[in-house]
Write a protein that binds this ligand. Sequence first.
Ligand code: EPU
Length: 420
Amino acid sequence: MTEILEIWGGHPLCGTVKIPSAKNSVLPLLAASVLCQEKVCLEKVPDLSDVQVSLALLRELGVSARQSGDRVLITPGRQLKSSLSTEMMHKMRASVLFLAPVLSRMGSVDASLPGGCKLGARPIDIHLDGLEKMGASIHWHEERLYLRAPHGLQGAEYTLRCPSVGATETLLLAAVCARGTTILHGAAREPEITDLAKFLGVCGGRITGAGTETIRVEGVPSLFGATYTPIADRIVAATVACACAAAGGCVTMQDVRAELFAPVLDVLEKAGCNIRREEERVTIERRDLLHGVGLVETGTYPEFPTDAAPLLAAALLQANGESCIQDTIFPKRFACAEGFGAMGARVRLQDAALYINSGAITHGAMTCAQDLRGGAALAIAALAATGKTEIRDAFYIKRGYADLKSLFRQLGGKMRMFKK
Ligand code: EPU
């Protein structure tokens, strides 16, 4: 049995949608809640499979975690465990974010390597190197990782080899309750990092410089709880914007600021869309043919986000003129190229660059999602193509979109999800 998303394309999208909290903000906050000695309540949390895995990881550790509507409630347990099961670790990349909080709280943690979308090699060397600099001992046994810091973690000055989002989050989580001061150089600047620092601050952490390359953390003995609403999901917003660009129409996104996904909006504007940026609200309109945009390169924030690369590619399949999207973060970002080709698109994949030629008329096809954003990109391409598309293995899409079919149905898209 696999989950199939069936889409009848060729209908413009019109209407208004609300953008939920960001998956990539919610997941580190759920890991951070291990450090909190009081209740944590997160609001506007989408019902994603990765959120469910995080809640299961919390329960495995002995923390009470439940979702009620769009709220998640976490109540600290009296006795925490320090072991994370291989089964849960393998289910997603963000499981790695539990290592530092459990190590900091319990003095030891054992786990397996994290799973996640197959976008090329995704090592965790920077996470581990940074933890080692903060006093953790690390050893491997039968594919399990054992970290120990029986006397607690010690603040340190550390330069990240590259601005990894996950490693910056790991080291923030390690530093916030470590002894003394930690200074991180070469940190990632993504808005989800700033959001994590803000949440930790609300819980009593002392962090400055988040959102810049240098973050300073003064360790505190423990954290309180908080009620917190994570930032809007800039990649869900980019998905809606790219879908409107692909299928045509006029869509308003509420509860999201344009600055969060400015590079995506700028490219869509260059391709011929009209964008209206208001406070907490963005409207995109596409009436005429799109133009090719030449070269777009992804990069770390505030550059064009890698997660939006396949989404933009799906929109540009409809453009007159050539485009090339070069992903500089992940070598296998465009597994969706095969599905684009099956829909009649004229695309060529060379290493991590996708070349999109003009003039193709796309039609529905049998396709298969191979990762989260690539799966969403196939859905965007299908909304613009004529006829019916089937996207097999649509469970990938549920990692990052609570209910993609309802999101697009609200806008007049024709979709259904079923199991076969
Ligand atoms: N890297 C290393 N060593 C490390 C860590 C990272 O070499 O220890 C490399 C990676 O292999 C990659 C680059 O650094 O080439 C960037 O990886 P990063 O650590 O920044 O990514 P991540 O933390 O694994 C998060 C998001 C991704 C998003 C990237 C980049 C979460 C849970 N995931 O991943 O989101 O693409 O940052 O912005 O926050 C998604 O939502 O679909 C998704 C894949």
